[in-house]
Design a protein around this ligand. Sequence first.
Ligand code: ADP
Ligand code: MG
Length: 332
Amino acid sequence: MTTTVPTHDSPPVLEVRSLTKEFSQGKLLSRKSVTALRDVSFSLGKGEILSLVGESGSGKSTIARIVARLEQPTSGTFLVDGRDIIATDKRRASKAYRRQVQMVFQDPFGSLNPSQRISHFLERPLRLHGLARSRQDVRQRSEKLMTDVGLTPEMLDSFPHQLSGGQRQRVAIARALAVEPALILADEPTSMLDVSVRIGVLNLMRDLCDQRGISILYITHDLASARYVADRTIVLFAGEIVEDGPSLDVMAKPSHPYTQLLTSAVPDPNRTRSLDPATRAQLRADVHTAMYGPGGTPGEPAAGTEVVQVEVGPGHRVRRRELVVAGKAVTF
Ligand code: ADP
Ligand code: MG
């Protein structure tokens, strides 16, 4: 008997479904539970860059760490290439999964052992995953990886401290590429780099998607770089997605007060007006009300509220809370 290959579109590379994460913080007697993620769902297609934007503490790294399997979610799950990873790989990432999903961190120096030559960082994954065996093969593939990320093969013999921050981050990207992953989780990869070299690293990420079909989850607190590099942007506030859509639309027509607050801080030569402090203070109050209800406690949505999702443009959604008072829905 022959089996037919299904003809429907391939599944998204990453599909996150209702992820919730609670941490307990503090000493034994004063322990409290912190909700780092609340019902987060999104998907990322092949060859796409998706930006995840939010201020420090909004839960961005927690999402990356869960998908990298460094952290277990409290509830919810995620699929990679259609496979439910939490259900199938139980507690740890399999070797095959570690090849499929790679992570690039914020600090390009911290992630490279200073006593090793650059060649080490590329040879190790190549050998570990059986992608090159002979010395010559390993060297050739390492040299190719270096040129692929805009570095020279000679730099393989350098030590990390001999390279600039931007060059080190390119090595970290080459190391991720060595295993030919489907998905790269890039957690603030440019935030420790000089402004002048940031754009080069962003362009490199864009090329990897366009030319190799790699998907990238680009995590940043910088809305301008999110717009520059990504097709779509998701805005995260206190562990919840508040807005998502095509990056240009989210920037040009921010709908949630939090996104408006973020965009108002982005230097933009095209913007004719910059927000005055009073307007910003008002927006901040609006963010609070939109998330927790009038007079609500930060971090705790008011009892009885429900999240409603409104489509404000093609593929551009904003989420707000709604409370039913005396049979009437009030949206904050
Ligand atoms: P971001 O990357 O957006 O700055 P994080 O995902 O690192 O945010 O953190 C989100 C929230 O979860 C923060 O309130 C942070 O204090 C908390 N958190 C993250 N990791 C832990 C942990 N291991 N233990 C306790 N709380 C944590
Ligand atoms: Mg972080």
